[in-house]
Design a protein around this ligand. Structure first.
Ligand code: HEC
Ligand code: HEC
Length: 260
């Protein structure tokens, strides 16, 4: 009996200790979780229009905070899951590494300035994110990752020529418009609510179609694969060439059927 009591007290003590260390951890991680979903970043991103102001985007619009391969929710996000970020040790194809890695929230500091505040890519300072917020995001990434190393991928850094070549190749492919509509719903509506309505992204299909639909399609294919000023690029492991061709077939259909 006595043995059982001391055993139970031991188990209880361990449970209490584990509970409190986790609760302490999760304060920081909880802040990170809230920042991940907050376009104002706790009010530190300024409201307004143009460069340096809130775009309305959140980290969650472009990154899953869970393992998408194990528990897919059907959405297609431009960025990879943040699962495993702390284990990576470098980001942006090695451009963010060493002491800057944690300070830049594992690469998230780049997105913080570029996508949340519309600062041009070549002017972004990935360590401009407040230190407290970088720490909170990293704590959150750690708490949701555990020892899951996350997706393995290589960032393809396409130069202007490679983007144009990809666009021409895709625009020459035949696409399936019905599949394109489904892909559009899963990937694009977060910024383009429908092809006829502007959101954070522009209105794609207007009442009068462009004079040269083919060259528009090539330009659009280039933009989807290569990204725009605020529009994120879609790497080929996220949208294949055929996926993009399908989306373009859908947009072309909408253009032609609304033409008067
Ligand atoms: C508009 C879409 C978008 C938004 C919003 C966005 N990101 Fe990203 N992010 C990307 C893309 C695209 C990449 C390129 C690499 C990739 O595919 O993961 C990236 C890269 C990253 C990386 C580095 C991946 C690597 O290993 O190079 C991290 C970490 C990250 N983002 C975190 C964040 C955080 C934190 C936020 C919010 C402050 C955020 N992102 C907001 C699209 C976005
Ligand atoms: C995170 C927000 C965001 C997402 C997600 C997004 N876009 Fe965009 N898109 C934009 C913005 C903003 C623009 C305006 C110009 C720019 O940033 O380059 C744009 C512009 C475009 C254009 C060029 C329009 C023109 O007339 O030149 C096309 C085409 C386009 N988006 C297609 C797509 C497709 C297809 C998807 C889904 C695979 C998608 N976008 C996902 C934000 C987004």
């Amino acid at each position: 009996m006595r043995k059982f009591v001391s055993f139970s007290i031991g188990v209880l003590l361990i449970t209490v200790v584990v509970y409190f260390t986790q609760a302490q951890m999760s304060d920081k991680a909880q802040l990170g979780r809230e920042l991940f979903h907050d376009p104002t970043f706790k009010g530190t991103i300024k409201p307004g229009k143009g460069q340096g102001f809130a775009t309305g985007l959140t980290c969650a619009n472009c990154h899953a905070d869970f393992d998408e391969t194990k528990k897919p929710d059907g959405l297609i996000r431009a960025g990879h899951s943040i699962i495993g970020v702390p284990q990576r040790g470098s980001a942006k194809g090695g451009m963010i590494a060493g002491a800057n890695f944690a300070r830049a929230a594992g690469g998230g500091g780049f997105c913080y300035e570029h996508f949340l505040q519309n600062i041009p890519g070549d002017k972004v300072n990935p360590t401009a994110i407040p230190a407290e917020h970088a720490e909170a995001l990293m704590a959150y990434f750690e708490s949701v990752s555990g020892d899951n190393k996350g997706p393995e991928f290589e960032i393809e850094m396409l130069d202007a020529d490679a983007k144009a070549a990809a666009g021409e190749k895709i625009a020459a492919m035949k696409g399936d418009s019905k599949n394109g509509w489904e892909l559009f719903g899963r990937a694009c509506v977060v910024c383009h609510p429908t092809p006829f309505k502007a959101g954070i992204g522009s209105q794609l299909v207007r009442s009068r179609p462009p004079r040269n639909i083919d060259s528009t399609m090539t330009r659009w294919a280039t933009k989807i694969r290569g990204g725009g000023t605020l529009m994120p690029f879609y790497a080929s492991d996220i949208l294949s060439d055929q996926d993009i061709a399908d989306i373009l077939a859908f947009l072309r259909d909408q253009m032609e059927s609304t033409a008067r």
